[in-house]
Design a binder for this molecule. Structure first.
Ligand code: IMP
Ligand code: MG
Length: 179
């Protein structure tokens, strides 16, 4: 039985967060053009909210990737869908739903840097620093959350609950290796 009755982050708190993070990005990239890369599937909600609060010229693209733990600490990155934008010489902002171990983003950032962009920064809606296995630090950080499995605002459990307008805690034994 899956219990999602406990709200961790309310809709109002999410709106405050997107206001604050978008203001930081607007300040830092003033007068520049920004390529926003949303990481599918989880970041589709946050990306849609965020880009509508940005006031510089923005190109929006999406990428789908997952990391598997391999012999090295970053893990192996598997790209299921690549961007179609040429990012050479451009400022890139990766938008993620949640940073957990940090493996996916570390590998993804490294891969994008090989395409010679002007810069690559990371923005995440939620951050679970207790779970980090590397030194990855998001440049723009929404809300720090405890080491609990959460759903809603794009985050799923087996593909479900992404449509919740707030973030809820899942109460059930979850195999964390299976994320
Ligand atoms: P990592 O940082 O490479 O470990 O992977 C982060 C990804 O794991 C996120 O993009 C989510 O897809 C997934 N994830 C991590 N924690 C949660 C959670 O609490 N709920 C739902 N998905 C999660
Ligand atoms: Mg994800």
């Amino acid at each position: 039985m899956i219990d999602t009755s406990e709200i961790l982050v309310s809709h109002e708190q999410i709106v405050e967060m997107t206001d604050r993070v978008s203001a930081e990005i607007n300040r830092d990239y003033k007068g520049k053009k920004l390529v926003v890369i949303g990481i599918l599937t989880g970041a589709f909600v946050f990306t849609a909210d965020l880009v509508r609060k940005l006031d510089m010229p923005v190109l929006v693209d999406f990428m789908q990737a997952s990391s598997y733990v391999g012999e090295n600490s970053t893990g192996r990155l598997v790209i299921k869908k690549d961007i179609s934008t040429d990012i050479k010489g451009l400022d890139v902002l990766i938008v993620e739903d949640i940073v957990d171990t940090g493996r996916t983003l570390a590998a993804l950032k490294e891969m994008l840097l090989q395409r010679s962009p002007a810069s690559v920064r990371i923005c995440t809606a939620f951050d679970k620093p207790d779970r980090r296995t590397n030194d990855l630090k998001p440049d723009y950080n929404g809300i720090v959350v405890p080491d609990k499995f959460i759903v809603g605002y794009g985050l799923d459990l087996d593909g479900e609950y992404r449509n919740f307008d707030e973030v809820r805690i899942v109460k059930r034994d979850i195999n964390t290796e299976d994320r």
